[in-house]
Write a protein that binds this ligand. Structure first.
Ligand code: TLP
Length: 348
């Protein structure tokens, strides 16, 4: 067939995005220094811009979202503590057991509804202060919530959980890997989400299109300690302004365009919803992630993925019997149409 069908449409994740021309130029021209000495002007500028945008004291550039979360956990907790996490969050499921490995903490998972925690259940999960019980050291919230299909944690819900965290004097960490998706979809500034958390992590390397990099933001004391933890984790980087330069471009020109990804995800979900043998809920698609549940009587998720791959369409299975399609700047309306068409053919 024509040119279009030869193109790979990569819906596996928004992490697959390639840097833009402007990012590549910014990388080539970036002014750099040794960031472990605190000398890299581009990193300093990025950290300052992020702190300003999130209305926090300071920020710390880290290699990955996972390291950002792990540094935050280590900074907030002591070994033996318990951290409250929603049951299907990244911190609990997809960080290679890092919280236990790096910080010696155990997770206390709480089941949310579409990734959204019930504040009352968070309160009940907090351990009473008794000799034989673990100490609850941290509450984590993920927004947007990946596995529930990029669902947005409503600000009101975050506020209620924050109220509990303050009452109980337990810090709150926001895994905001995709917080800009939430912000663009709701019109709520990221600073407003950040107001209800002690620390926020977000990724430049997802929908914002950067090749590498995430950032952690919080108050001075937290960031100072996090810098020490990052070094201990081997995450101190040297002339890393070459990468931070992409982050500066992303903040300028990659945020507003996330609406296109949301529009494409909605169109994909609406198109897939009419196909038998799978289950998709377009009304639940609020940002850039579409979850597709494979019904029992149909093909297995694995064989659907194989057929898709043969047609140049990539998706992944993140949980059992569920495929995930993520939209981003490197897939367009045509890719979405082709995705729907091919899925229709496979599952006719
Ligand atoms: N998520 C990846 C996979 O690891 C599942 C993806 O493709 O979605 N928090 C959240 C909510 C995330 O979704 C991810 C990445 C991370 C943290 C970790 O970021 P990285 O991959 O930079 O370590």
């Amino acid at each position: 067939m024509g040119e279009i069908s030869n193109k790979i449409a990569d819906f596996r994740s928004d992490t697959v995005t390639k840097p833009t021309e402007r990012m590549r130029k910014a990388m080539a021209e970036a002014e750099v220094g040794d960031d472990v000495f605190g000398d890299d002007p581009t990193v300093i500028s990025l950290q300052e811009k992020v702190a300003q945008l999130f209305e926090k004291d300071a920020a710390l550039f880290v290699p990955s979202g996972t390291m950002g979360n792990q540094v935050a956990i280590k900074t907030h907790t002591k070994p033996g503590d318990e951290i409250i996490v929603e049951e299907s969050t990244h911190i609990y499921n997809f960080e290679s057991g890092g919280a236990a490995f790096n910080s010696g903490v155990q997770a206390h998972p709480v089941r949310g509804k579409d990734g959204i925690l019930n504040p009352q259940e968070v309160k009940e999960a907090i351990r009473p202060k008794k000799l034989q019980l673990p100490r609850t050291g941290l509450i984590c919230v993920e927004n947007t919530h990946n596995i529930s299909g990029g669902r947005i944690v409503p600000l009101e819900n975050l506020k209620e959980i924050r109220k509990i965290s303050l009452e109980e004097k337990i810090p709150l960490h926001l895994d905001g890997a995709r917080i800009f998706n939430a912000s663009v979809a709701t019109g709520i500034p990221v600073s407003e989400y950040a107001r209800y958390a002690d620390s926020v992590m977000f990724c430049f390397s997802k929908g914002l299109g950067c090749p590498v990099g995430s950032i952690l933001t919080g108050d001075y004391e937290f960031i100072e300690q996090a810098r020490w933890v990052r070094k201990a984790f081997g995450g101190g980087m040297r002339q890393v302004g070459v990468i931070a330069a992409c982050g500066l471009v992303a903040l300028e020109e990659m945020i507003e365009r996330l609406v296109e990804d949301h529009r494409n995800a909605k169109a994909l979900a609406e198109g897939l919803a009419s196909i038998n043998r799978i289950e998709v809920f377009p009304e639940k698609v609020e940002t850039n992630i579409v979850m597709v549940r494979v019904k029992e009587d149909g093909l297995s998720a694995d064989s659907i993925l194989t057929f898709l791959r043969e047609e140049g369409i990539l998706a992944i299975q993140v949980i059992s019997k569920t495929l995930r399609f993520v939209t981003h700047k490197d897939v367009d309306e045509q890719d979405v149409k082709r995705g729907i068409e091919v899925m229709g053919t496979i599952l006719h």
